[in-house]
Design a protein around this ligand. Structure first.
Ligand code: COI
Length: 400
């Protein structure tokens, strides 16, 4: 049976009210349809979906490494400046055919998203805060000069794609299905200009553990000679260049025996992100208050959905101060020396929550405290997993 969310009134079926349409969602989770002057000729509509099922479904392997095995189908939606959006299409997963001058390849005119669908203990499939991904995708599209689209229509197309490939969602608490919406310019010419054609597509892959490591904590390498993002740049958008540009530093980190880069910014060595993750400090701050802190969204920080969820969750607990504030290596170092640091951890969709065990910084290997059993990160991980798998009722999950 085909279920459909009625997004015309910007509504969703929530887990708690499976039969009710909601006119609005909780703060921060409203749908916005962005428009960009001259670039949007309406939007594609999920009602126009064309579905061509694969004639040769693959044998599903046991859950493998993150992002290596893809499901049977994909969603594609084409756009061009003359005719606007074409009908969305769900078809067998296949290679793309691109013009060699395509500006996604030459100038990185593209973006992507990442979200998960989880199989609950009740065997139902849940998306986690997908509206936040749609909002972020619309922001990235605007910044990339890619055409606007109706976020609710895309979400409904994604829901239909998941529904078709639902058997691929792992029966596991430690694995899920990762959804990778991607939006590329297919402009077939070498001028650096706004695209006249584009392709939005969505692929799905199984997601086991993101970090291919036995270690429970991450080792980081911090050197201010590399910068992930800068004010006025695109660090707050999910664009491929933000990630491709980090590879060189990532391998230098490996040469120091570290797994990821701790990205610093500015003269005062502000702590910004780690690898592809947002970063949190749990400490007794300079004023003697227990605090969970993460850098503010000032343009160089990716507005992570897990980041937002950690802030929302811990603010609701109301047990300690929760802040979005600047954090420097100097403050971290003092806190560590004075035994005020409780824990440092990274967060992201792919990796969920990942404690940091050590940081190589200015020739010193700083050892950070971490107690697996009673850490804040493990408590947050458990609460989020309970929501994602339907054990705790929440407005953050949407049934597929
Ligand atoms: C995610 O956590 O969704 C990410 O974007 C990481 C990705 C680059 C693998």
């Amino acid at each position: 049976m085909i279920k459909r969310f009625n997004f015309q009134v910007h509504s969703f079926i929530s887990q708690q009210h499976p039969r009710l349409w909601r006119i609005s969602c909780s703060e921060g989770e409203k749908l916005y349809t962005t428009t960009m002057a001259g670039s949007c000729t309406g939007s594609f509509k999920a009602a126009d979906l064309v579905i061509q099922l694969s004639s040769s479904p693959k044998i599903k392997p046991d859950v493998v490494d993150f992002g290596t095995v893809f499901t049977d189908h994909m969603l594609t939606v084409e756009w061009n400046a003359n005719e606007g959006w074409q009908a969305p299409l769900i078809r067998a997963f296949r290679n793309l055919s691109l013009h060699p001058a395509c500006s996604a390849l030459h100038y990185g005119v593209q973006l992507f998203e990442g979200l998960m669908v989880y199989r609950g203990d009740d065997n139902r499939l849940r998306l986690f805060r997908p509206i936040l991904n749609m909002n972020r995708m619309a922001n990235s599209a605007e910044r990339a000069c890619l055409p606007a689209f109706d976020q609710s229509e895309l979400l409904e197309c994604i829901r239909r794609l998941i529904d078709i490939d639902q058997d691929w969602v792992p029966h596991s608490d430690s694995a899920s299905l990762y959804i990778r919406p991607t939006f590329i310019s297919t402009e077939p010419s070498l001028g650096v200009k706004k695209p006249t054609s584009a392709l939005l597509y969505v692929i799905l892959c199984q997601a086991g553990s993101y970090f291919n490591t036995e270690m429970r904590v991450l080792s980081l390498w911090a050197d201010p000679k590399y910068t992930r993002a800068w004010k006025g740049g695109t660090g707050d958008c999910k664009m491929g260049g933000n990630y491709g540009g980090t590879l060189f530093a990532q391998y230098e980190a490996a040469s120091y025996g570290c797994q990821q880069v701790l990205w610093l910014y500015g003269e005062d060595h502000q702590i910004t992100e780690a690898g592809t993750m947002n970063i949190f400090l749990h400490w007794i701050n300079d004023d003697g208050d227990e605090e969970l802190a993460t850098p503010p969204l000032d343009g160089i920080i990716l507005p992570g959905i897990t980041r937002q969820s950690i802030l929302d969750l811990t603010k609701k607990w109301d047990e300690f101060k929760v802040s979005e504030r600047y954090l420097t290596m100097g403050q971290l170092y003092s806190a560590l020396k004075q035994q005020r640091l409780k824990e440092m951890f990274g967060s992201g969709t792919a990796c969920s929550i990942c404690p940091v065990g050590s940081i190589v910084y200015q020739g010193t290997n700083l050892q950070l405290p971490y107690q697996e059993k009673h850490s804040l990160s493990s408590r947050i991980t458990t609460e989020l997993a309970d929501i994602q798998h339907g054990r705790s009722p929440s407005d953050w999950t949407y049934l597929v």
